[in-house]
Design a protein around this ligand. Sequence first.
Ligand code: PLP
Length: 358
Amino acid sequence: AYNFNAGPSALPLSVLQKAQEELVDFKGSGMSVMELSHRSALYEDVHNQAIALLKELYGMPEEYEVLFLQGGASLQFAMVPLNFLAEGQSAGYVMTGSWSEKAYEEANKLGQVYQAASTKEESYRRIPAPSELQIQPGSAYLHVTSNNTIFGTQWSDFPETGDVPLVADMSSDILSKPVDVKKFAMIYAGAQKNLGPSGVTVVIVRPDFLERATQNVPTMLRYDIHVKNNSLYNTPPTFSIYMLGLVLQWAKEQGGITAIARRNQEKAGLIYDAIDQSGGFYKGHAEKDSRSLMNITFRLQSEELEKKFLAEAKSAGFVGLNGHRSVGGCRASAYNAVPVEACQALRDFMLEFQKNNG
Ligand code: PLP
């Protein structure tokens, strides 16, 4: 199958094969990695290697902490304000799509928030320009969604926020392109798009930001508790973390993030070209300079034609091309594990479909 699912999404075939190979006997233990105690040396190796690999791939400054949590990115929508939005302070949210809205709404239940910018009135077709951002001095943090999975837009350059800590939801583009981690006080991402299977959420946090966190929060929701315990305060999602480690190893073998980014450019370029050269037969949702390399969203001239396109694509072996249920249309999610050939095949299919229906 050509898997263009938006999430959970494709995993590298070699990773699945490696997991299959090791499934019932992990490194001669006679047990599956799922059966190992999370306190065993064998498991701790898996855990610590995954942390080290993520740091290495991003060239992260040593002091940054990497956490493996549960509850998905959705729990981070609450955990961030619970820990960092103190009384008397407010936090800014840049509204670039449905996930930003969810993050904002969750924080709004817990403290004072404001919208530093929003492109909602333009159907979230673009990322706001830096000059549009109104960041209130003294804000607890500024929250951005680096890639908007549903609308298909992506930040290319992150805003300068001065003294205001920058927090990013990178669920749908983590590990897809080089990012200067130093710019961020915190990054979080559900694993199920570029990092592995669902069940684990990666949090990258700078210790000086952590020092601002309130401790008046239930234990499991405190970042400092997870840092102190190396994400082993309670039983972590061991199998998901093992799979994440395999994906990171795969990413390293691909030549690291820069090589992956180059490939992602090429992949998305194939599909955007088909859109741009269609003379309006396919219409991209995002403005060109806000286009996502991960989620390519487009429409056809009528819903009827879209239905036909999606049905024929399905028969031709393309999976997951339906747009999100809230917006309709079509969406091709070309995450890291989607091979160039799948994007080439989709482009060919799009050209052919246009020839027969244009
Ligand atoms: N943020 C973004 C940008 C997403 O794309 C998603 C899921 O698609 C989420 C948050 C929610 O993630 P989770 O399902 O891990 O809670």
